[in-house]
Design a protein around this ligand. Structure first.
Ligand SMILES: *Cc1c(COP(=O)(O)O)cnc(C)c1O
Length: 406
């Protein structure tokens, strides 16, 4: 079994072929094999070096601001007249979301490997900003690939990344969005592997990426378990997290996987409705397939082409989902459902009004599920929801859909 960074390993996966049950793997062109194998070995070495964990812990505490608080959302709990609801406050991490845990961890790993240059892909810009931030902190050159369509929609994040010293390279091929940016980043990596590390932003892609990202994000669940035991003296009944690629969800869930009394729910983007092109709910509308080097569930059309997706929240708008989630779904350890755009926008407003916390639209999908579920639960039950990010980035977009009283 592979070692774990912050905890004891909870499952035998990934196995030495990079698989999670029947899912995952490493389907890359020959030109990338060297880079991928070098990265896997470097991460294994880092896990055996206490200095690496110490370095990460140092920056986690003094730079990211960890541990992030666990917060009892009393007014929301009372309003729903159900059980006790806790928020794991990843929105309070530096740069406003959980993504910095993985970006900083991978940049530290790159530095350890002697790489001076970082590349990454970004869709909405959040992962690009986190990677540009970590690169600035560690003095690494940083290049972010972004579809030109996304650059247009996310101008402020493009400015942010450039302000942080990163070069943003527009990708004009295909649909000019995230999946094209990933292809371009992989191409760059195969050409420049000697001095370059590719920071992949979620628990997807070829092995070892889903594993590396899970390891850095699993700090969320390790902290949350300790915190809830201190505050309530018992484990939560239910964990809830939104699922784009799946990194904030597995980050919370992993530590609890062997606590069989703890239920877990992953919430995907239900978009407008579950019809092709109108959502990004891979478990509701996808099939077994392959994208970006891993086998998982994929939204695709009748010809096997990658399907179009839609969500009000850019961070959940991706045609595939991390292979470990597909495995957890297949063994029924985690239940996957979805919230629609409308439900998420309602949760966005309710959470803002009752708690004074504007959640990211991604996180609002998790809260939307909690709004439906909490009233059905006994008063002493505990729901712990991952508040993956803050919603400041989303207020302008949300204002197009929400009509507020004057
Ligand atoms: C990117 C993002 C997500 C979705 O990514 P995961 O890998 O599924 O966690 C969720 N919430 C926020 C705030 C994000 O920025």
């Amino acid at each position: 079994m592979l070692k774990s960074l912050f905890t004891e390993p909870k499952t035998p996966y990934p196995d030495d072929r990079g698989r999670y049950g029947d899912f995952g793997g490493r389907f890359v062109p020959e030109t990338l094999m060297f880079a991928i194998e070098e990265l896997e070995q470097a991460f294994k070495d880092a896990l055996n070096d206490p200095k690496f964990a110490e370095d990460f812990a140092h920056y986690a505490k003094h730079y990211i601001g960890r541990p992030t608080p666990l917060y009892y959302a009393e007014r929301l709990s009372n309003y729903l007249n159900g059980c006790r609801i806790y928020f794991k406050r990843e929105d309070l991490a530096h740069t406003g979301a959980h993504k910095i845990n993985n970006a900083l961890g991978q940049c530290l790993l790159a530095k350890r490997m002697g790489k001076s240059r970082i590349i990454a892909e970004t869709g909405a810009g959040q992962h690009g900003v986190a990677t540009a931030t970590a690169s600035a902190l560690l003095g690494l050159e940083c290049c972010i690939y972004m579809g030109t369509e996304d650059m247009e929609r996310q101008r402020l994040n493009v400015f942010r990344m450039r302000l942080l010293g990163a070069k943003v390279i527009g990708v004009d091929s295909g649909s000019k969005t995230l999946k094209d940016a990933i292809n371009e980043a992989l191409r760059d990596w195969s050409l420049n592997v000697r001095n370059t590390h590719y920071v992949l932003g979620t628990v997807h892609g070829p092995h070892p990426f889903p594993w590396i990202c899970r390891e850095f994000q699993s700090i969320i669940g390790v902290e949350a378990k300790k915190q809830i035991l201190e505050m309530e003296g018992r484990l939560p009944n239910l964990l809830v997290a939104c699922v784009g690629g799946g990194s904030n969800a597995i980050g919370l869930f992993y530590e609890f996987l062997n606590d069989s009394q703890v239920e877990m729910v992953g919430v995907e983007a239900g978009g407008i409705k579950i019809e092709p092109g109108q959502h990004a709910s891979r478990f509701a509308g996808g099939v077994f397939g392959m994208l970006h080097g891993a086998q998982s569930y994929v939204l695709q059309d009748e010809y096997g082409q990658i399907g179009n997706t839609h969500s009000v929240s850019a961070g959940l708008d991706y045609a595939s989902v991390g292979p470990e989630h597909t495995w957890l779904n297949s063994i029924k350890r985690v239940k996957y459902t979805y919230a629609t755009d409308e439900e998420a926008l309602n949760a966005f407003q309710l959470c803002s009004k009752l708690e004074g916390i504007i959640p990211a639209l991604e996180s609002a999908h998790a809260i939307a599920y909690v709004i439906k579920e909490a009233p059905k639960r006994k008063r002493d039950e505990i729901i712990l929801v991952n508040l993956s990010g803050r919603g400041d980035k989303d207020v302008e977009h949300a204002s197009k859909f929400i009509k507020l009283e004057e």
